[in-house]
Design a protein around this ligand. Structure first.
Ligand code: SF4
Ligand code: SF4
Length: 221
């Protein structure tokens, strides 16, 4: 009985510990990717990245291998249980819930606009990929985060600031709307969503094609 109880507790706490553990490990990389990543899409060109103090430059491959293994072995949903940026969104909303539990309702029209913007961001990411994920500023080497950010402010162009304000703005909106970034901006999340929808649709089509039209399932209902 005691063993069963311990297993139950382990099952409950293990994914939570993993989720926040992964977040803590990835926090420095998240901060650097937001503030210093010189590419339109972070985490894709880490091997040749000139930002020498970003941990992703050295640990991206083993980290990704670990995450993929964890998702497959423990059958965890990446967005809700693993992604460190998703966890950051959760933490931001949790802070807001401590202040007020009142949910913010958004109109149907605004939802439609935000959904549209999500696909615009997705298309933009695809275009960036097709154009080889361009680098939009030349990082100046410095080991100090604050110094490097000051230098970026002096040297970076509009693209850097557009990306920075988009990320920070979406994170701030996450105080009002849970996981705003995930729901209405993240191109990777949109890609995962579309892939899931595609797999579901293909399965349904396969089921329809193999259906013998015997109506047995209707009788069983
Ligand atoms: S290593 Fe470079 S490309 Fe990769 S996330 Fe860090 S800053 Fe971005
Ligand atoms: S939507 Fe994007 S940021 Fe959010 S959890 Fe999924 S991959 Fe991470």
């Amino acid at each position: 009985m005691e063993f069963k109880e311990s297993m139950k507790k382990l099952k409950k706490w293990f994914p939570i510990v993993m989720k926040y553990g992964i977040f803590i490990v990835a926090l420095e990389t998240i901060i650097l990717a937001i503030l210093r990543c010189p590419y339109i899409l972070p985490f894709l060109a880490c091997d040749m990245c000139p930002v020498l103090d970003c941990p992703s430059k050295y640990y991206r491959k083993p980290f990704v291998a670990f995450i993929v293994g964890y998702v497959i072995v423990f059958r965890k949903d990446y967005c809700s249980k693993v992604c460190p940026f998703g966890t950051l969104n959760d933490i931001i909303y949790k802070v807001r819930r401590m202040i007020s539990k009142k949910p913010l309702k958004i109109s149907y029209e605004l939802k439609l606009i935000l959904e549209f913007l999500k696909y615009v961001a997705f298309l933009f990411a695809i275009l960036a990929l097709l154009y080889g994920n361009p680098r939009y500023y030349i990082p100046i080497h410095t080991s100090e985060l604050i110094d490097s950010i000051k230098l970026i402010y002096l040297t970076a162009g509009n693209t850097y600031f557009a990306r920075l304000y988009l990320i920070l703005g979406a994170l701030l909106l996450g105080i009002l709307i849970p996981r705003f970034w995930c729901r209405y901006v993240c191109p990777l999340g949109t890609g995962i969503q579309l892939t899931k929808k595609g797999i579901k649709f293909t399965k349904q089509q396969k089921q329809q094609n193999t259906c013998q039209k015997c109506s047995m399932c209707e009788k069983n209902d």
